[in-house]
Design a protein around this ligand. Structure first.
Ligand SMILES: Cc1cc2nc3c(=O)[nH]c(=O)nc-3n(C[C@H](O)[C@H](O)[C@H](O)COP(=O)(O)O)c2cc1C
Length: 397
């Protein structure tokens, strides 16, 4: 998965745009109005991050928070059926999968797990417990995409059946920070401990940390290599390219995917110099631009990882629930977690990188598959939220 190039991370020597006729212009002086650029993220795409109205029915209140869950490529692969009174049925949206980078829907289901966790936390805020029944039609195969699957039925309990969750206050604050982190700051031991214990119940999960410089250096090299494999493999690169939303008009239209708000890529796109569908080749400009975007991903104070004993669909949901709790805990403690998923992916060209990463963490890829690998640290220039589709977009009533 590409890191979201939401910042202009192109180094100085690239601040010139090559024109088709062979000339160059300094991008900083280019007339922005001519190409129709307006800064930043469109407000409508961020509206779901505002506090929902108190008048919302409890299930809609739950969903208004659940849709803020972290999820791969911001696909937001969820449909919520409200036809049964007092219950929500969550379906995995078959039109929002990532068949190339996530061929078995493992990451998609982790996102669904995060969605369920936030729904449960929101209900608890109103004193209501939720009974979560996973996969009411039986657990789907771990070798096929889970599009259209009924992921869970959530039965909402009576007021007074649950206590508020201490992490709920972070739900509308949390975001995945993808920019540069401070390399000089160490994450204090109590913060690592709280991160590793963010969830009171962690059935069959293995969680770990890496903060020694030599091991961090090895992980940086490994994750960069995996990123390059994903970029240089046409099918996986193009999957990401199709999800690039360049500039406010595209972002407002789709409210998902990889938002590109930086002035430079928008300009390059507008003048036709940046073709998002040009697959990088080793040594060419697109390859270099992608490596430039990767640079922040090698900064930070360490790594946090999650693995499972076995790889059932329930395990994947549990990973999502615990992962979002870890991100909320990090938010409460003032630092960030950024998933770097490339080396975990199951497509053929990634096989060797995936094996090497498991070996580096002392895991057996068959018995203890790695589910999440995140860099951890303090964002130097915290960015805002990523877009979300409107609540009514996910509802089936
Ligand atoms: C299973 C999973 C895998 C992810 N992998 C990556 C990744 O490889 N690179 C990345 O930049 N973000 C990754 N993310 C973070 C998403 O891009 C992010 O959650 C999404 O864009 C929504 O943004 P938000 O978390 O700020 O709300 C991943 C998230 C999940 C749940």
């Amino acid at each position: 998965m590409t890191p979201s190039p939401s910042h202009d991370t192109l180094p100085g020597r690239r601040r010139f745009i090559r024109l088709a006729g062979g000339g160059v212009v300094l991008a900083a002086t280019a007339p922005l109005a001519v190409v129709g650029c307006t800064a930043g993220m469109p407000a409508a795409a961020l509206q779901p991050w505002s506090a929902p109205s108190d008048a919302l029915e409890i299930r809609e209140f739950m969903l208004a928070h659940a849709l803020l869950a972290p999820n791969p490529h911001n696909r937001q692969p969820w449909i919520a059926d409200l036809q049964e009174p007092g219950a929500i049925t969550l379906f995995c949206d078959a039109g929002r999968l990532l068949p190339e980078t996530d061929p078995f829907g493992r990451q998609i289901l982790i996102g669904c797990g995060a969605f369920l966790e936030l729904a449960v936390q929101a209900a608890a805020q109103h004193g209501r417990a939720v009974q979560v029944s996973l996969f009411p039609d039986g657990e789907p195969s771990d070798q096929t995409l889970p599009g259209g699957v009924r992921v869970a039925r959530l039965a909402v309990g009576e007021p007074g059946s649950a206590e508020p969750d201490r992490l709920f206050a972070q739900v509308r604050v949390r975001s995945t920070q993808k920019g540069f982190y401070d390399n000089q700051r160490v994450l204090a031991a109590p913060l690592w401990q709280r991160l590793l214990r963010a969830s009171p119940t962690q059935p069959s999960l293995l969680l770990g940390q890496v903060a020694e410089p030599a091991r961090m250096a090895a992980l940086r090299q490994l994750t960069r290599g995996a990123f390059e494999i994903e970029m240089l493999t046409p099918a996986t690169y193009l999957e990401s390219a199709r999800l690039m939303r360049i500039g406010p008009t595209e972002i407002a239209r789709y409210r998902d995917g990889i938002s590109i708000t930086g002035v430079m890529p928008r300009l390059l796109n507008a003048v036709g110099v940046f073709d998002r569908f040009a697959v990088p080749e080793r040594g060419n400009d697109t390859h270099q631009r992608m490596l430039d975007h990767w640079r922040p991903s090698e900064t930070g104070s360490g790594y946090f990882w999650m693995a499972t004993q076995g790889n059932s669909r329930r395990d994947q949901i549990a990973v999502g629930r615990v992962f979002v709790r870890a991100q909320l805990q990090a938010t409460a403690d003032g630092f960030s977690l950024h998933p770097l998923s490339q080396a975990l992916q199951e497509f053929d060209a990634m096989r060797e990188a995936r094996r090497t990463l498991h070996a580096a963490l002392g895991l057996d890829p068959m018995e203890q598959p790695l589910q999440m690998l995140c860099r951890v640290g303090y964002a130097l220039e915290p960015a805002g939220h990523s877009p979300r589709r409107a609540l009514h977009d996910l509802l089936r009533t």
